[in-house]
Design a protein around this ligand. Structure first.
Ligand code: XMP
Length: 511
């Protein structure tokens, strides 16, 4: 396992990418806040990576690592701020650049006297393109370090210790703009840390099923809410594989699901996947709790509390949660910069008096890993490829008051939108598509009558991991068909707009 310590690199985006890159080499990596004390790390890391950060090392209140990491004897790679952190700890010097360096740069790889290069940069030739994003840089290396790479403006762009496996690089190998970046991370974790490449989904299934059986014991019963999404379906199927009918799935129809969702999930789980499922219609309860709430965080809480209440009514010990690793990461907060962007439904915020113990079999996985797992568990391709759908459902896509009528309007519009995307063969090119009901009315004309009705915004994004996202470029005729169907078939809508914002600065959802 590689331990990645996060210094709050741009709302943890970069640290998140470092974690992914390690796993793409089939090496398990875990991200923790930089303030983690070594005694609280419950595994023995084979290597440590220190992430970037928006701070300057000398700033008051800037984050620093437990100095004990430097005495562990395991290899350490500092990236950007991580390099400066090594210098700060080991008596080097850091100073401000004249101006922030952001963008591509060429690293010239230093050669030793015998013509060889450092193991970190082996096989990349003499020079390589990398991505820089920093305001500070090293002005003096710490004693006993030597330079292994430099650029025209940064004489100490990459350093290594003379005798210990300590490395620091100024550039960001985790971003795809550094073409050899993933390979640099590979050199570190494979050649320098000697990690074994045993992180695969086949291995994961076996281990996780054994772990579930062990923690549940021979009699333990588990319930879990399913939503029809990939995560909860994969989690449910995994539980079923592990403990059979001692797992019982519950689908709570909270009144803010997509059109006919509960019926479809009922058929899929009970008939196709053989998982015990009960559908509970709790739409009255939910919608009455949601009535009058406009604040997004409050909407999330209301949806969440009612759901947990409904779940806790069985005679069971365990509650299955489909929490994924990005939810866990986004909820890691140390001070400000990596503080949670939004309260995610799956992490934290559970009812305090809930007696059920949590079981989270997907907690270590990224979304693409969950999909791979789903395929191995023989879950139908159309489901495995389904776009994510947020726990609080359509409640966070109705920007004004949530009522049954508003839900119906959004369900119909969303259904037309997704249907047309599928018909056009575009569904799999899009990471997430959905409709949003805006809290404004606009003027229109129908026949010779003026209308004054609501507006639907369509959102479709492409994204690797939802930490960043770009809006999808639809062919105009597809948008035209969608718009015309929605305004014709959905009473109460006279205008359709398409959201052309990327994340950042926008988020995927509107709330
Ligand atoms: P944002 O809007 O944060 O969305 O850019 C990123 C991904 O997270 C989903 N999302 C949520 N999922 N509960 C969830 O279960 C939530 O409260 C929530 N908010 C956003 C969103 O649909 C997208 O896939």
């Amino acid at each position: 396992t590689i331990l990645i310590l996060d210094f709050g690199s741009q709302t943890v985006q970069y640290s998140h990418l470092i974690t992914r890159r390690c796993r793409e080499h089939n090496v398990y990596a875990e991200l923790m806040p930089c303030t983690t004390k070594l005694q609280d790390v419950n595994f023995k890391p084979k290597g440590i990576i220190l992430s970037g950060s928006p701070y300057s090392v000398y700033d008051e209140g800037s984050p620093h690592v437990d100095p004990a990491v430097f005495d562990l004897g395991v290899p350490i790679l500092g990236i950007c701020y991580g390099l400066q952190e090594i210098a700060w700890n080991l008596a080097g010097e850091v100073s401000k650049c004249d101006h922030r360096e952001y963008g591509p740069a060429d690293i010239i790889i230093n050669k030793f006297g015998n013509g060889a290069v450092d193991a970190l940069f082996e096989g990349f030739g003499e020079e390589m393109r990398v991505w820089m994003s920093h305001g500070d840089q090293l002005s003096k290396p710490p004693p006993d370090f030597h330079v292994i790479g430099h650029t025209r403006t940064a004489p100490y762009a990459a350093l290594a210790h003379n005798s210990k496996p300590l490395y620091g690089i100024q550039f960001h190998p985790e971003v795809t703009h550094s073409p050899n970046g993933k390979a640099v991370i590979g050199r570190f974790i494979l050649n320098i840390c000697s990690c074994r490449q045993n992180w695969t989904m086949e291995e994961f299934i076996g281990k996780e099923i054994a772990r579930i059986r062990e923690i549940c014991g021979p009699k333990g019963r588990v319930i879990g809410a399913v939503s029809g999404g990939v995560d909860s379906t994969v989690a449910a199927k995994l539980m079923h594989e592990a403990i059979g009918d001692r797992f019982h799935a519950i689908m709570v129809d909270n009144g803010v699901l997509r059109l006919n969702e509960a019926q479809q999930v009922d058929v899929m789980l009970n008939k196709d996947l053989g998982v015990n499922l009960t559908v509970v219609d709790a739409s009255e309860l939910f919608l009455s709790r949601l009535a009058g709430i406009e604040d997004p965080e409050q909407k999330r809480r209301a949806a969440e509390e009612e759901e947990k209440g409904a779940e806790a009514k069985g005679r069971v010990e365990w509650l299955l949660q489909g929490t994924l690793y990005p939810d866990v990461i986004e909820s890691i907060s140390f001070k400000g910069p990596s503080a949670t962007i939004k309260t995610h439904h799956n992490v934290g915020g559970l009812l305090k008096d809930m007696k059920l113990k949590l079981i989270e079999p997907l907690r270590e996985l990224f979304k693409d890993e969950v999909r791979a797992l789903g395929r191995l568990l023989s879950i139908p391709a159309q489901l495995v490829g389904r776009h994510p759908f947020p726990g609080p459902g359509l409640a966070i896509r109705i920007l004004g008051p949530v009522t049954r009528d508003q839900v119906k309007i959004l369900q119909l519009a969303d259904n037309i939108y997704i249907e047309e995307i599928r018909k056009a063969g575009l569904y799999d090119q899009i990471a997430q598509a959905f409709a949003v009901l805006l809290p404004v009315k606009a003027v229109g004309v129908m026949g010779d009558q003026r209308t004054y009705e609501q507006v639907i915004a369509l959102r479709a994004v492409q994204s690797e991991d939802f930490m960043t996202a770009d809006w999808f470029s639809f062919p105009a005729d597809v948008l035209r068909r969608i718009s015309s169907r929605i305004t014709n078939e959905v009473a109460g809508i006279n205008r359709v707009t398409y959201d052309i914002s990327s994340k950042p600065p926008a988020t995927v959802e509107w709330l």
